[in-house]
Ligand binder design. Sequence first.
Ligand code: SF4
Length: 218
Amino acid sequence: MTIFQRLVEEYGRPAWHSHGDPVDILVSTFLSQNTSDTNSSRAFRALRDRFPTWEAVINAPVEEIEEAIRPGGLARSKAPRIQAALRRIIEERGDLTLDFLVDMPLDQAKAWLQSIHGVGAKTAAIVLLFSLGRPVFPVDTHVHRVSKRLGIVPPNASPEQTQKKWETLVPQETFYPLHINLIRHGRQVCKSRDPRCHICILQDLCDYYQSEVSPTRS
Ligand code: SF4
């Protein structure tokens, strides 16, 4: 589709590569909630440095997990959530792995992940796409904002509706590069408070531009 092509011309076409083990991605996604990428990476590294295995994280006093992940913020809520998620995996599977999700039917894999307390559609999609290359379209705050302004979904759409819309609108092989490029576009151009519409390559495709910015709007 045109939006995808334009973004590729502007930002390139990022090739999918696994971003890591699915359990690692799940934990790092918990840590990324309501904080910057830098802080969440620091918290993840601190956690791994202090506890060599995920079993060690499960067995540690929750206060020690909190202390390790403090650089990522909201440590008091994230620490027990991480432990509970890891416990759930081992109780259900007998092993601390999520590798089985690569072969599970997609809807079941999403549902399995979302049955873990604190895992919503976005986190499940990140684990499935970024770690395992499953065809799911994660919708974060940037993707959601840009999609609404473009008019891909109505202004009151939920992130889940935006995810479904993209998943039916574009071919699966574009999910990863389109997701990455929408985030780039949202960070660099279609910013939250002050979209830089005057330099945007998507002006003619954008509902927001046509209704709020274009000099020819009625
Ligand atoms: S024209 Fe403006 S609102 Fe539309 S996508 Fe570009 S920056 Fe965002």
